[in-house]
Design a protein around this ligand. Structure first.
Ligand SMILES: NC(=O)c1ccc[n+]([C@@H]2O[C@H](COP(=O)([O-])OP(=O)(O)OC[C@H]3O[C@@H](n4cnc5c(N)ncnc54)[C@H](OP(=O)(O)O)[C@@H]3O)[C@@H](O)[C@H]2O)c1
Length: 313
């Protein structure tokens, strides 16, 4: 009963190959690429001929993931790098070692763990899902600028619609809700992606900032954070309601490689409640377009990460 659905990649692969041209010569960087959507994104990009830098916090898991892709795609160009997003020192160290990248995919994430903190003392979901990706994007900004048609894709969730940025208690020290703080982190992803898009336009920079979400996709996400009865319930619903990871990765792969994708767009599944289906442009929560909120989040993210670039709003 707890097994994830069988992955039938044919329809996803057909969809992709008929819509996305070869990505040979382009370098994609995928965070959290040892599992779930990140691994599938690396796999799909590999079939399109891309070079993929895959990051993992656990080297053994990372090696196993890269080896599995190399076995499937002997000509594939996959490279593994260590990155722990729960430690901003690791983010800095990692970013300093990246020489070339055309497309950054901010994919890694953690969902609904018990209240816990990053190395720097920030709530884990806000720290990993938002702050570390904010810092990574800014640290790689100049490298991306040297890339060819550079893009940043940030992976959010339909649950961002339930999010609120708790500026008075960003780290849930007063009152923590696992779901509420996951939703906060995923709203932060959207607010950041849209603010980056506006700042790029304001400053006349051709880089794209695009958002994506995978609907409801069976991965390790539903079992690695939640505990107890929630974990059990999610295992069951993964089996019954979730789409497989081949389909789930399509919005972010398309956001990263589709030729007609525009900066500021948000790609998600086209099915009911955006939980399953093929990629289409979806709408964020109205509040995610609030410029004052975006500026506040940007400024506090600079303060918390210590990473700043000259990119005026
Ligand atoms: N699956 C869904 O239905 C769904 C829905 C909406 C949004 N999303 C989003 O999709 C993204 C990918 O999630 P997934 O579903 O593919 O889950 P997953 O299978 O659990 O993969 C998450 C990835 O993030 C990595 N990660 C977690 N904490 C990290 C840290 N501190 N440093 C570096 N990497 C870390 C994990 O590494 P380990 O293997 O070492 O833990 C794993 O590689 C997330 O941003 C998630 O919010 C997923």
């Amino acid at each position: 009963m707890s097994k994830a659905p069988e992955v039938d990649r044919r329809s996803a692969a057909d969809w992709l190959s008929s819509r996305v041209e070869s990505q040979a010569g382009r370098i994609f960087l995928v965070t959290g690429a040892n599992s779930g959507l990140g691994l599938e994104t690396a796999r799909a990009l590999g079939t399109l001929g891309a070079t993929v830098i895959m990051t993992a916090r656990d080297s053994a898991k990372g090696e196993a993931a890269v080896e599995s892709l190399r076995a499937e795609q002997p000509d594939g160009k996959f490279e593994l790098r260590h990155l722990d997003l729960a430690d901003l020192e690791s983010v800095r160290e990692f970013a300093a070692g990246v020489e070339h990248v055309d497309v950054l995919i901010n994919n890694a994430g953690v969902m609904m763990p018990p209240h816990s903190l990053t190395e720097q003392g920030y709530e884990l979901q806000f720290g990993v899902n938002h702050l570390a990706h904010f810092a990574l994007t800014l640290l790689l900004f100049n490298t991306l600028l040297q890339g060819e048609n550079p893009r940043v894709v940030t992976v959010s969730s339909g649950l961002h619609h339930r999010g609120r940025i708790h500026f008075g208690d960003l780290h849930g020290n007063q009152k923590y809700s696992r779901t509420g703080y996951y939703a906060q982190s995923k709203l932060a992803n959207v607010v950041f992606g849209l603010e980056l898009h506006r700042r790029l336009r304001t400053n006349g920079i051709g880089m794209l900032s695009v958002l994506a979400h995978p609907g409801y996709t069976a991965t390790n996400l539903q079992s690695s954070g939640p505990t107890g009865i929630s974990k059990l319930a999610m295992k069951v619903s993964n089996r019954i309601m979730a789409q497989d990871v081949g389909m789930g990765a399509l919005p972010q792969v398309y956001a990263a490689a589709g030729a007609d994708v525009e900066s500021g767009q948000f790609w998600g599944p086209d099915g009911r409640n955006e939980s399953k289906g093929y990629p289409t442009v979806v709408q964020p929560l109205d509040e995610a377009r609030d410029r004052e909120l975006a500026r506040r989040l940007w400024d506090i993210s600079v303060e918390m990460t210590g990473v700043h670039i000259d990119l005026e709003p």
